[in-house]
Every structure is written in structure tokens, then in C-alpha cells.
Design a protein around this ligand. Structure first.
Ligand SMILES: NC(=O)C[C@H](N)C(=O)O
Length: 331
């Protein structure tokens, strides 16, 4: 009874996946196993925390929508207000895990631990990684020393910041990396911390899930050789309030696309330059493109999918491009 209370909010993904036999590490169905069965499969959890589960969704994370983010965020906030909840774990598919973790990091006003976790192999596979990842997540969520560090992600024994972490490869269990390194490690139920997040998050965020009812449409268009402006114009035509430009290199923009982006900006659409370089981008204002002159915003080190999350959250509060740029520097 003196153990911390941890609630596991289950949303589906491979951590709840099942394959036809133990050799199937990549061929399986995600989002099959209910949360109570996941918890029952890990009896050692009871030595760490009083754990209970809630099935919020049962989906593969590539099908996550803004509505899923809002529903999940509101439930996390509600639970953390309760004095009988010490921490929350969210089980999640890995495909959009980095988006949900960043979203929660921006909008949850609590210093209690929130840990998002998934797995690369279904529980039915040999060397399945979900059990240990979940055990680590519950350990971190139950820890006093995880308070105030923002939303965390435990995969492959590392503790990463939900802001920074990204799925870098789709077949290895060592799939999640932060361009600036992990915050720490969790080994045999003990946390080892090495650094702290420098960006604003959770309790120091100006955004609050309780004040957000909808998220505006923000779309992502990909830059590459021989690119056309068709996607950008189509997104704007369908009502996008901001377009994340997944630029080449420094977030550069082809001269085949620049005129369309200037035109869309003059019509009120926010243009946000990010980069698709693999190790994480570093897009600077007025480098490669005259952002001051064109009134564009840079995503700096946020990858396009994280830039979409921050833009959508920020646009619930401001339509001003300078404010938007301040927010991109601070979060
Ligand atoms: N490893 C995974 O969880 C992948 C799965 N497609 C998902 O994101 O739900």
C-alpha cells in the first residue's frame, strides 16, 4: 500500500501486438492485446508500484489523429490532478510516439512523471522488447527523481526527453534516439540521470490541455529534387493554417516552390521551414532563405512531425508569425 500509484493508459501499437508465431518479429498485427493482459504478463510490476490500466484506444499509432491527442491529453491531465495518482505511463505505437510525447510535454501542467513507451517487436516474438520497456516505464513513472523533467520516453533502457526523441529506424530495438543524447538510463529499476531538458515544458509551458478544444490543420510537404508546388497549394486549398516545409539540408526551398510559398504566406498561411536530414535538422533564420523578408518561420532543430505538433498547439494561442518564431525557439 505504500507503493506509488501508477496508471497505465493504453493506446495500442506493437507493444499490444500479436504475431502468428515466435519467429514473427516484424509481421504481426498491432493493437490486439488489452492492457489488463499486458499488466498480468508482468507480475514483477507489483514490487515497483500499485499499477492499474485503462484502455483509452486500441489502435496502431500511424492512425492517431488530433482528436486522439486531445482525448489522451485530457485524460492524462485529469489523472495527474488526483492525489492517488503518482505517475502515468502511456503505451503507444512507435510510429507516432514522438509526436504524442512532444504534445503531452507541451500541454500537461504537472511535474508528476509521464512516460510514453512502446516496443519494436510484438509480445509474441522471440526477444520481444515490450516487457522490459514497460517495466522501465513504470519504474520511471514511480520515481521521485523523475519529477519535473518533462514527458519522458523509455525504450531500449534509455530515458529520453519526449521533446527530442525520434524513431530513427524501423527494424531494430535500438530505434529511438535524441539528436542531443538521452537524459539518462534505467537499469534494473534504477534511474541514472546525465542531463536535463533546456526547453520549456509541462509546468513551465504557456499551453494547457484544459484550454484546448481543437487543433488547427497543419500539414507537411516534402522537399526533394524536381519538386513541384502542387502539395503546398493543395494543403492550403484544403484549409491548412500552417504548412511545414520538410526542406532539404538547411531547410532549403527549391526555386520551383518559393513563389507558391510567398503567395500562400500573403494569404495568411504560416510557412515553417524544417529539414529532412536524418540526424536531426538545425534550421536557422535567414540562412538559405530570407525569412525576415518573406515572413516565414524556422523550426530550428524540430523534425517536421514535431514541428507540426508545436505549430498546431501554438496556433491555438497566436496567429502572429513573430510570436510563432519565439515559441519555436523556446519549446
Ligand atoms: N512498433 C510499432 O508500434 C509500429 C506500429 N505500426 C505502431 O506505431 O502502432
Amino acid at each position: 500500500a505504500d507503493k506509488p500509484n501508477v496508471v497505465i493508459l493504453a493506446t495500442g501499437g506493437t507493444i499490444a501486438g500479436a504475431g502468428a508465431d515466435a519467429s514473427k518479429s516484424a509481421t504481426y498485427q498491432a493493437a490486439k492485446v488489452p492492457v489488463d493482459k499486458l499488466i498480468a504478463g508482468l507480475p514483477t510490476l507489483s514490487a515497483v508500484a500499485q499499477v492499474r490500466g485503462e484502455q483509452v484506444f486500441q489502435i496502431a499509432s500511424e492512425s492517431f489523429t488530433n482528436e486522439h491527442l486531445l482525448t489522451l491529453g485530457k485524460r492524462v491531465a485529469q489523472l495527474l490532478k488526483q492525489s492517488d495518482v503518482d505517475g502515468v505511463v502511456v503505451t503507444h505505437g512507435t510510429d507516432t510516439l514522438e509526436e504524442t510525447a512532444y504534445f503531452l510535454n507541451l500541454v500537461i501542467h504537472s511535474d508528476k512523471p509521464v512516460v510514453v513507451v512502446g516496443s519494436m517487436r510484438p509480445g509474441t516474438a522471440m526477444s520481444a522488447d515490450g516487457m522490459l520497456n514497460l517495466f522501465n516505464a513504470v519504474n520511471v513513472a514511480a520515481s521521485q527523481d523523475a519529477h519535473g523533467k518533462g514527458v519522458l520516453v523509455t525504450m531500449n533502457d534509455e530515458i529520453n526527453s519526449g521533446r527530442d526523441v525520434s524513431k530513427m529506424i524501423n527494424i531494430k530495438t535500438e530505434a529511438f534516439k535524441s539528436p542531443w543524447g538521452p537524459l539518462g538510463m534505467v537499469v534494473e529499476g534504477k534511474n541514472y540521470w546525465f542531463r536535463l531538458p533546456a526547453k520549456r515544458h509541462t509546468i513551465n509551458s504557456e499551453f494547457d490541455i484544459e484550454k484546448i478544444e481543437t487543433l488547427p490543420a497543419v500539414d507537411i510537404a516534402y522537399g526533394h529534387g524536381n519538386v513541384s508546388d502542387t502539395a503546398y497549394r493543395a494543403f492550403a486549398g484544403q484549409g491548412a493554417k500552417a504548412i511545414i516545409h520538410t526542406g532539404t539540408g538547411n531547410g532549403s526551398v527549391s526555386n520551383r516552390v518559393v513563389p507558391a510559398l510567398r503567395e500562400l504566406r500573403s494569404q495568411g498561411v504560416q510557412i515553417i521551414r524544417s529539414s529532412h536530414v536524418n540526424a536531426g535538422g538545425f534550421v536557422l533564420r535567414n540562412a538559405e532563405q530570407p525569412d525576415d523578408q518573406y515572413d516565414w518561420v524556422v523550426a530550428h532543430d524540430l523534425n517536421p512531425q514535431k514541428a507540426r505538433i508545436l505549430a498546431a498547439v501554438a496556433l491555438t494561442k497566436t496567429q502572429d508569425s513573430k510570436e510563432l518564431q519565439r515559441i519555436f525557439w523556446e519549446y
